[in-house]
Design a protein around this ligand. Structure first.
Ligand SMILES: [Zn+2]
Length: 234
């Protein structure tokens, strides 16, 4: 099962990132974006960390990351912004003064009010399914359960277990994203496996909670174990 301490940190950073992006989008819509030094980094996460450090005192309290977690926050926020959203160019809207840096992170940030969640194509959904299968294989391994391909496929196709699997895989990738690693738009497709209905619309009031990830993993462990036992006893 996923380590509780990392999962807790990842969920907190996930929630703070969402609030910070909303705040930045409102600030940009009002024509305000704090100027920044030019970033020399090749990595979005490093630019994001530097930006947060520079503007820390100006951010609303609930948008500030834990100071001890600035590196992880930057990595997460940087990849969140650039791999989950597209910039929609809308000529005719108020032009925002450039913040003084042309790096990729800043170009997303200064257009935060024009960001639209990326569209997920079939290939992203297929890739999300692959990430779910991989997570099940790892989970079985972590728990010392002998799972085979049929078990994994069965669980990814069953209505109930499929959503549990999405929770587990999304939780796994939340932790990876603290190190700036992401699988791009397939992570958004994974989110939709959890947070959207089968008919393809967002569930009302969906909130990602650590207990739901942990319950999902506990349920999957039981199911994996029972499938393995059935096979060896049959
Ligand atoms: Zn920059």
């Amino acid at each position: 099962m996923l380590p509780n301490d990392r999962l807790t940190i990842a969920l907190e950073i996930h929630a703070t990132s969402f609030r910070l992006l909303k705040w930045v989008a409102e600030a940009v819509a009002k024509g305000f974006i704090p100027a920044t030094r030019a970033h020399q980094y090749a990595n979005d996460g490093d630019s994001a960390r530097e930006w947060v450090v520079e503007h820390f005192e100006n951010l609303p309290r609930d948008c500030r990351p834990d100071r001890a977690r600035l590196r992880e926050f930057g990595q997460f926020f940087g990849t969140y912004l650039t791999s989950s959203f597209d910039i929609v160019e809308q000529p005719g809207l108020r032009r925002v003064d450039p913040c003084g840096c042309g790096c990729r992170f800043c170009s997303y940030l200064t257009k935060a009010s024009h960001l639209r969640p990326k569209k997920t194509a079939q290939r992203h959904k297929d890739r999300a399914r692959r990430l779910m299968e991989q997570r099940l294989v790892s989970l079985a391994f972590e728990e010392g359960i002998q799972a085979n391909e049929d078990d994994v496929r069965y669980l990814c196709e069953s209505d109930e277990a499929r959503r549990y699997t999405a929770y587990s895989a999304y939780g796994y990738w939340l932790i990876r994203r603290l190190d700036g690693e992401t699988d791009g738009t397939s992570i958004l497709a994974l989110w939709r496996e959890m947070a959207w209905t089968r008919q393809g619309s967002p569930m009302k009031n969906f909130k990602l909670r650590i207990d739901d990830i942990r319950d999902a993993e506990s349920n999957l462990v039981l199911k994996l174990r029972s499938l393995a036992e059935k096979r060896t006893s049959g």
